[in-house]
Design a protein around this ligand. Structure first.
Ligand code: DON
Length: 306
């Protein structure tokens, strides 16, 4: 199978539709990104990366970071994490608060914002917020073998300044005794992890552990156990796109995680990781063109997990 040809064909087939969808406007710094950007990368076991378009330009990974936060929280907390956050789809938008009161402040899953805030709290653990952020960045540097992965401080600040909804979620959960660290410490890490800037190539390379049983086949670094990698993939499939997860599984058939920066990370267990970027989103905050690109690649490769 010629993956470079597939990536090129997919990019060319969709190039005229660049700019479709609606870029996230609620984080002012994201609204300034050129909406016509479009990148695709596929990373495979032997270290090859097949790229097209703007695959080497860094963008704000936003909620894609929740996958790394989950892997690190599981590493620190083990199965006890599941006492703090559930494993069910929420059927609600990513920033919804409605279920939290009925469910005593326990978020449905680690990928909605409330769940990710709890996950972040647990991966901070008993460290300071800056130490936790440095740990996350250094793992990404090592996995992607690229120290240019950084935090876009403008995005993180913009998000903090306009973060009333995330503050509400966090304080609401704190009232139920769900957070171990001071709320503003947790949010400072959450906003910075969402502000991580990575390219499609870096994202696909850094997440190979998802497709290969928890261990990056290129660097040999273990991010998590085989069982945990399997479960992170399961949660990505069921919850990775919030109330759009069913559509994504139906159309694409890969475990995936979207971010409002327009990135989508997908994993195909045993085969590859894929990252796409196009800032225009659908109503659930998933990149419109990105999801279409992944659907085309799934068709061409036959890699759907179903
Ligand atoms: O907390 C937020 O609202 C953003 N930092 C992340 C949301 C996000 O990426 C949702 N995903 N599609």
């Amino acid at each position: 199978m010629d993956l470079q040809q597939i990536v090129d064909d997919t990019w060319n087939a969709l190039a005229d539709e660049r700019g479709s969808g609606t870029p996230a406007g609620y984080i002012p710094a994201l609204a300034q990104v050129d909406p016509t950007k479009f990148g695709i990368a596929i990373a495979t076991r032997d270290g090859s990366v097949f790229c097209a378009g703007d695959a080497d330009e860094q963008f704000s990974i936003q909620s894609v970071s929740k996958v790394f936060a989950l892997a690190m929280a599981l590493d620190r907390e083990g199965a006890a994490l599941w006492e703090a956050v559930g494993r069910e789809p929420s059927g609600n938008p990513f920033n919804s608060i409605v279920q939290l009161e009925r469910e005593k402040g326990k978020p449905r899953n680690p990928f909605i914002n409330s769940g990710a805030i709890v996950t972040t709290d647990r991966f901070i653990g008993d460290r300071g917020p800056d130490e936790a952020v440095a740990d996350l960045l250094s793992r990404l540097h090592n996995m992607a073998r690229d120290t240019r992965i950084t935090i876009d401080e403008d995005v993180a600040r913009s998000e903090s300044e306009t973060g009333a909804r995330n503050r509400s979620l966090a304080y609401f959960m704190a009232d139920f005794g769900r957070l171990l660290n001071p709320v503003e410490d947790v949010l400072s890490v959450y906003f910075r992890q969402c502000g991580i800037a990575m390219s499609c190539r870096q994202l696909a390379e850094a997440s190979l552990f998802l497709a290969f049983d928890g261990t990056d086949p290129v660097t040999g670094l273990t991010m998590c156990s085989t069982e945990r990698a399997r479960r992170i993939n399961a949660l990505m499939l069921l919850c990775g796109h919030y109330d759009n997860s069913g559509e994504f599984a139906f159309d694409v058939g890969f475990p995936g995680k979207s971010g409002v920066g327009g990135g989508i990370l997908a994993s195909v267990p045993g085969r590859a990781t894929l990252a796409v970027w196009s800032p225009g989103l659908n109503r659930a905050g998933t990149s419109l063109l990105g999801a279409r690109a992944l659907a085309q690649i799934a068709d061409r490769t036959g890699w759907s997990v179903f």
